[in-house]
Design a protein around this ligand. Structure first.
Ligand code: NDP
Length: 401
């Protein structure tokens, strides 16, 4: 049993709040903190109605301000912080953890506000200090990164002597009925997908133009969907932690309508992160765009369809070639009925809660800064089945990649 502090009351924070509240035997006190307290209160109202009065308490914090976070930690004394604010807050929250001796978990790697660049180097640089302080940092514990990394670790542990080719495939075949919306924080999402593509081959990174490489892939229960090669942050840690990998790629599906909107927004400069002057005020066009787009947390109500995310792996077992496909499909309406939000938040918040539970149980606890694939995948895989993200596997099938 332990005390958890959740920072960030967005779509993912909503799911983490629901899921931690369900685990009575693991989390005995839950505090939800965010920049806007009214957002915490709205989530806490729903959670406490479902799981009992005062199951979750709320407080305001600006997590960019290390002193403020330190004061909050010293007051509440959590065992672990689940950071589901934005990637910009990763380092200040890790600094606050070091100062107070509290462990840390997140779902997205640090990104400087003025450079859309996903790299683990900033967080990996905390390893020795976390080790010395005797505290744990669990990095990238959402779905991708997160479950996809654990799927890879599970495949390496049980089904392969060597993994040679890894293709992570992420399909959202849902329909929210809006002409254009992003499924998680629009600023972070658009920064991610407008970057150059990148994949690992034979010991080096190969760069592509954004969305340059694409092909149709078949997804279980969904069928063929055009899938685009993108860079995704788990590739960096997976090729380091599984050095037999010769090629690692990440594919995501996008609809024509979505890509057309994105192209127009890019062409008119609305996705730029360079601040411009408008009257007396300076604002980055992308921040303005975020303010006018639908809140991803609000997309759940009429969201139909499902997501399908998994790993398609080729390699060697007992001297023979083998292919393996492990995946989860998640239904938007089911995620909404349980937590009041859609699958993209659900598939991120459930793994974050499972990682936190495994830390509390002492199964995922070791001093230092670690990516999720560096922990034992087995208890995590068991909990995915119990807590709403059941997975399936196929052996020796055509992986289409
Ligand atoms: P949202 O924008 O919906 O929510 C983020 C929340 O963090 C908001 O409530 C925001 O507060 C709060 N916040 C922002 N800045 C601060 C601050 N300085 N101090 C305290 N709180 C702050 O984001 P999502 O829920 O969509 O995403 C949350 C995280 O999950 C992101 O890091 C995202 O990259 C990650 N993610 C990971 C995925 C994975 O599979 N690994 C997939 C999807 C998302 P306010 O409302 O006041 O602005």
């Amino acid at each position: 049993m332990g005390k958890v502090l959740i920072i960030g009351a967005g779509g993912v924070g909503r799911v983490v709040a629901h899921k931690t509240a369900q685990m009575n035997d693991v989390f005995d006190e839950i505090l939800l903190a965010s920049r806007t307290k009214s957002k915490c209160d709205a989530i806490a109202k729903d959670v406490n109605e479902k799981y009992g009065k005062d199951r979750i308490k709320t407080v305001q914090v600006d997590a960019d301000n290390v002193k403020e976070t330190v004061a909050l930690i010293n007051d509440f004394k959590p065992d672990l912080i689940i950071n589901v604010a934005l990637p910009y807050q990763d380092l200040p929250i890790m600094d606050a953890c070091l100062e107070t001796g509290v462990s840390y978990l997140d779902t997205a790697n640090y990104e400087p506000k003025d450079t859309p660049k996903f790299e683990y180097k900033w967080q990996w640089a905390y390893h020795d200090r976390f080790k010395e302080a005797g505290i744990t940092a669990i990095l990238g514990c959402g779905f991708d990164p997160g479950v996809t990394s654990i799927f890879t670790a599970y495949a390496a542990k049980h089904h392969f002597d060597e993994i040679h080719y890894l293709d992570i495939v992420d399909c959202n075949a849902g329909d929210h009925g809006k002409p254009f919306a992003t499924n998680f924080n629009p600023e972070i999402n658009i920064r991610e997908i407008t970057q150059n593509g990148r994949y690992w081959e034979n010991g080096k990174w190969i760069e592509t133009k954004p969305m340059e490489i694409h092909k149709p892939l078949n997804y279980p229960e969904i069928g063929p969907r055009e899938s685009y090669l993108m860079y995704h942050e788990e590739l960096e840690s997976l090729v380091k932690n599984f050095p037999t990998i010769k090629r690692a790629r990440f594919w995501m599906t996008f609809g024509e309508e979505y890509l057309t909107h994105l192209r127009v927004l890019q062409n008119v400069g609305m996705t730029s992160i360079e601040p411009i002057k408008v009257g007396d005020c300076e604002i980055a066009p992308l921040e303005f765009l975020k303010a006018v787009l639908p809140d991803p947390g609000s997309l759940g109500e009429n969201y139909k369809g499902q997501t399908s995310i998994g790993c398609r792996i080729q390699g060697i077992k007992d001297g023979k070639k083998r292919t393996y496909y492990v995946y989860n499909n998640c239904q938007h309406p089911e995620a909404y009925n349980e937590t009041g939000t859609q699958c993209v938040n659900y598939t991120t918040g459930v793994p974050a809660t499972i990682g936190a539970a495994l830390f509390m149980k002492g199964l995922w606890k070791k001093s230092g800064v670690w990516n999720v694939e560096q922990f034992d995948p087995d208890p995590f895989m068991d909990m995915l089945n119990k807590y709403g993200l059941p997975w399936h596997e196929k052996f020796d099938v055509d992986l289409e990649v």
